[in-house]
Ligand binder design. Structure first.
Ligand SMILES: Cc1cc2nc3c(=O)[nH]c(=O)nc-3n(C[C@H](O)[C@H](O)[C@H](O)COP(=O)(O)O)c2cc1C
Length: 386
């Protein structure tokens, strides 16, 4: 197996005026596919204060299980404090809340890119009041974000905030080539984490993806956590505006209704039955087998800052993918920290020659596919720190 590491160089930047003359307006590159209904997300035009406009865009960020575990304290028109929401954690699948903090990093990067579209640069100060252990979650900020009006350069990645989507469907066409990856890496720019790209000899990884998913599904506590975050019809999705669901898993057309019917609004017995789990594994296997490339983010250490910065890296790469009409689908099960996953997690680390304190922070399959279901986000006032 060939392992390649890329310490990425700084990406190309353009000035705001070049950006606007080239693209006309900031949203120009969004794919206005019928399935992408932007009313599901906060609209920055509804806000006057620059910090709220930036947050409205930041909320488009990815987060584990679409938890959106973010709380905001607005300091003034141009400054906010970001906290994780200690009431929205994933204790079964994410015991240390590592992925929750990666989600916080995703929010930061999306907000920083969003602010650029309004002509603001951001100063991000991590853990301004310190951060030692889980008793600080939700009590101490993960970061302060301060916006400064400047004649800034708008990163081309800022155009893909609304267009970026996780895609769990089957991937089509050619493998992603090394040249394509290099172009993505160059668009992504400098990363804190190290990226590994694999486009051949997938089998051991695909096997690990599958076994990781199977363990998560057959372990009661982790499968139950997913059930609690699952939304079983469009009404629930529109009401809760979070979580995951059958269309988000990649199902299309009539299959959505059939699969939702069989889940019977999340009936506990049906959800945990072999029949439901086997059906979901069958769908998952088709996706895994269609992998066209694998990207892995790992860090030399595994502390809070590594988690948050990895989230920022992940968003930048995801926007680069969107710019090339490519998609990612994380398979993070195998890197999760609960006991049942230990064997598979160690196997993956051995395959990648990752040794503690190094840590794989994200692992995704990438490829081309049709536009997936557009996920909801909660309304901005829902995130206010009480
Ligand atoms: C830290 C992190 C971990 C994630 N892990 C997984 C995963 O293991 N499997 C998966 O299908 N999606 C995973 N996702 C994707 C989220 O479920 C997705 O971002 C969320 O549902 C919102 O959908 P969107 O990305 O299409 O906006 C992860 C996202 C983040 C930020």
């Amino acid at each position: 197996m060939e392992r390649r590491e890329f310490i990425l160089k700084s990406g190309t930047l353009v000035t705001a005026s070049v950006f606007l003359s080239k693209y006309g307006f900031a949203n120009a590159l969004i794919n206005y596919d019928n399935e992408q209904d932007f009313s599901k997300r906060p609209n920055p035009d509804n806000f006057q204060q620059p910090i709220l406009k930036a947050i409205a865009l930041g909320i488009n960020a990815p987060s584990p299980h679409n938890t959106q575990s973010w709380k905001f304290e607005i300091v003034n028109d141009t400054k906010m404090l970001l906290y994780v929401d200690e009431n929205i954690l994933l204790p079964a699948t994410d015991p240390p809340s590592r992925q929750i903090h990666i989600g916080a990093g995703c929010f930061i990067e999306t907000t920083v890119l969003g602010a650029q579209r309004f002509g603001y640069k951001s100063i991000v100060d991590y853990f301004p009041q310190g951060y030692t252990n889980e008793s600080d979650f939700g009590k101490k900020p993960v970061a302060s974000i301060e916006l400064i009006k400047e004649n800034i350069q708008v990163d081309p990645l800022a155009a893909f905030i609304e267009g970026r989507q996780t895609n769990r469907r089957k991937y089509k066409g050619n493998l992603i080539s090394q040249e394509e990856f290099n172009a993505l890496a160059s668009l992504t720019g400098k990363s804190h984490s190290k990226l590994v790209f694999i486009n051949s000899e997938f089998e051991p990884y695909l096997d690990i993806f599958y076994r990781g998913f199977e363990i998560e599904s057959r372990t009661f506590d982790t499968n139950e956590e997913t059930r609690n975050l699952f939304r079983f019809n469009e009404e629930q999705r529109a009401e809760k505006r979070d979580g995951i669901s059958i269309p988000q898993m990649g199902y299309k057309g009539m299959m959505i209704g059939l699969a939702e019917k069989s889940l019977d609004m999340g009936d506990k017995e049906k959800w945990h039955s072999d029949k439901s789990i086997n059906l979901s594994l069958k769908n998952v296997k088709q996706g895994i087998d269609s992998t066209k490339g694998i990207v892995i983010w790992f860090t030399e250490n595994n502390n809070f800052l590594d988690w948050v910065k990895s989230g920022r890296d992940y968003v930048r790469f995801s926007h680069a993918l969107t710019s090339k009409e490519l998609y990612a689908h994380p398979y993070n099960q195998a890197i999760q920290e609960y006991a049942e996953m230990t064997t598979v997690r160690n196997e993956l680390n051995e395959l990648l020659k990752i040794k503690e304190p190094q840590k794989v922070q994200m692992i995704v399959r990438i490829g081309r596919s049709s536009t997936p279901y557009y996920s909801y986000r909660r309304q901005l006032n829902d995130f206010e720190k009480k």
